[in-house]
Design a protein around this ligand. Sequence first.
Ligand code: KG4
Ligand code: ZN
Length: 342
Amino acid sequence: MKILSIESSCDETAAAVTEDGHKVLSNIIASQIDIHAEFGGVVPEVAARSHIEVIIPVIEQALREASCTWDDIDAIAVTRGPGLIGSLLIGTLTAQTLAQILNKPLIGVNHIIAHAFASEFTDTPPEFPILALTVSGGHTALTVYQEDLSAKIVGETQDDAAGEAYDKVAKLLGLPYPGGPAIDKVAVDGDELAYKFPHARMKNPLDFSFSGLKTAVLRQVQQITGVNPGDLSIPKSYELEPQVLANIAASFQKTVVDTLVKNTVLAAEQFSPASIVVGGGVAANKRLRSELSAALPEAIFVPPVLCTDNAAMIGAIAFQMQKRGITTPPLQLQADSSLEIL
Ligand code: KG4
Ligand code: ZN
């Protein structure tokens, strides 16, 4: 069963060919990071235009690298949400058109669920029920998936996503976009105990909150530099000495990672899943991977290259859906910018 999958929910145009949901035959990603970096974040109109320019060449390359022709493809899958609506529409319209013309089944996928199922591409694919920690730029959630793919969110962020916190803190520390990898890198040389940032206390102990942490970092940086003390309204970058920068980055990262690990351990105790998986852009973080695998040795981590947005992960969940007969008539598929996990 070969699936051609397409992902265009944000700032990556991606296409992949996967086999039986477990093998990546090709995984092409045209990143727009350089285009958006000068704006310090993703500009939706620019993203959509860029998807239009590259989506066909990206699909062609995915087929070529998988040594496939259209005849070899059994189904087409596409991200239908959540994401930027202009970006999503380029992917869904392309997939719908291809499925209709080529008379192939079409599978519309939830991007967040796909992040967790990228764990299918490991030596130990997960078994149901699965507890997933999904940590990305737009979402941070603990979800339990059952055999029939029904899902229950058992904990989620009440404000910023973990990746969003990384990106915002990186910006105020004068680090480049995207902030996660930049903080991950400078934190290596930092003392993570140099600053003590607060952990949010939540009514549901499995929930997350990162917006207060971001403000605490801002206050600390203002105190160190003496610039704009107390003014939390201006999104600004501050200049710090390299060692101070590293210490702040490491202390911030420790706070985020500690919270993610604590909640995942708690959820694992509460739900006794058969497998625990960790995916999404922030799951590429070295510190999170080492801390979480120390606390939960059985946790299955999505391979780092498949943590950030890609189309292979769309193929993984699409295979599971197709196996259970979940497909959509091509002309009925709808992009949904705020698609929920249900
Ligand atoms: O999953 P993803 O590619 O896109 C969304 O679906 O949001 O995640 C992107 C997020 C960004 O916020 C980025 O800063 C973060 O993942 N990220 C990281 C790392 N690599 C990417 N955060 C922490 N450490 C990393 N190594
Ligand atoms: Zn994503």
